[in-house]
Design a protein around this ligand. Structure first.
Ligand SMILES: [Zn+2]
Length: 297
């Protein structure tokens, strides 16, 4: 088991602790599939809602909040039945706008894993206004169920009445709808190819600034993030923040980053290069490789 789970495991009910231990192996990065969830419910005798709330301390153990020291864990359950954990990330010494909230982390985890719809969000503290707006960008966002400990489950429409979302700007393919943008760049570099693939899947209906970041660690592993915009502009999720959140979820340290690539579309209304450099330089002494690629849409 990874060291970061030692404290939270001790606080779990015995039956859940025994059942979850084999899942928390060295490769665990917050994903539990639908069959494993069904097995955990059966083994522990817990309802699925009780189980998912019971797993929140494990999600919170994925947090890295050096500024607030406030660990928030969130779980996004996809239409597939799989669950995706996320946690807050703060960049030491850097402006608070560079932070990632737990719900954003969990949703981006699901998106990067290929989910095309989120049905439930489980979180250990009431979602802030920023996260309510971020969830509202999702496919059928108003219907996403929000589960909190000791609270009646309510849909997002309860937490965010009179919402402003993608439909108000005539966007019919909301966040998590499969995107496929035409981006063209000739390279044999695997990291650039990976970043290009993710940029083509990014969500930027308001600026068309399709973008992605890939980070490489000393041992050659790579961690990616795609750009995810919001109808209200803030809270959009920057690809650098998503990549950093992915890397931390995989139990890696920011000091292990040795290379960083940002791919952007040539036709976008904005550039993310300045914001991406600021966030990267708060984490690692690595220069950002910035590549602008030809776009056909
Ligand atoms: Zn939040």
């Amino acid at each position: 088991m990874q060291d970061r789970f030692i404290h939270c495991i001790a606080a779990l009910p015995t039956s859940l602790r025994d059942a979850i231990l084999p899942i928390l192996n060295q490769d665990f990065a917050g994903h539990i599939d639908a069959q494993q969830i069904a097995d955990l419910c059966q083994t522990t005798g817990m309802t699925e809602k009780a189980l998912l709330i019971g797993l929140l301390p494990i999600a919170a153990a994925l947090a890295k909040p050096p500024i607030s020291d406030f660990h928030v864990g969130a779980i996004a359950k996809g239409k597939s039945g799989d669950i995706y954990m996320g946690a807050n990330l703060e960049l030491s010494g850097e402006a608070l706008c560079h932070s990632v909230h737990a719900e954003q982390s969990a949703i981006s985890h699901a998106w990067l894993s290929g989910e095309q719809k989120i049905v439930d969000i489980i979180v250990n503290a009431s979602p802030c206004g920023h996260c309510r707006q971020f969830i509202n960008e999702l496919v059928d966002g108003q219907q996403v169920n929000i589960h909190l400990p000791e609270q009646t489950t309510q849909s997002l429409s309860h937490y965010l009445p009179y919402a402003f979302g993608p439909a108000d700007l005539n966007i019919t393919e909301a966040l998590l709808t499969k995107q496929q943008h035409g981006l063209d760049f000739d390279s044999a570099d695997p990291m650039i190819i990976e970043a290009l693939d993710h940029a083509s899947l990014s969500y930027a209906p308001y600026t068309h600034s399709y973008a992605a970041v890939v980070l490489e660690t000393q041992d050659g592993h790579t961690y990616c993030g795609r750009y995810a915009e919001n109808a209200a502009f803030n809270p959009s999720m920057m690809p650098m923040q998503m990549a950093l959140s992915t890397l931390i979820r995989h139990n890696r340290d920011l000091s292990e980053i040795k290379r960083a690539v940002l791919i952007e579309s040539s036709l976008g209304k904005i550039s993310l290069v300045g914001a991406s450099m600021d966030a990267l330089h708060a984490c690692a002494p690595v220069e950002l490789e910035h590549i602008v690629v030809e776009a056909s849409d």
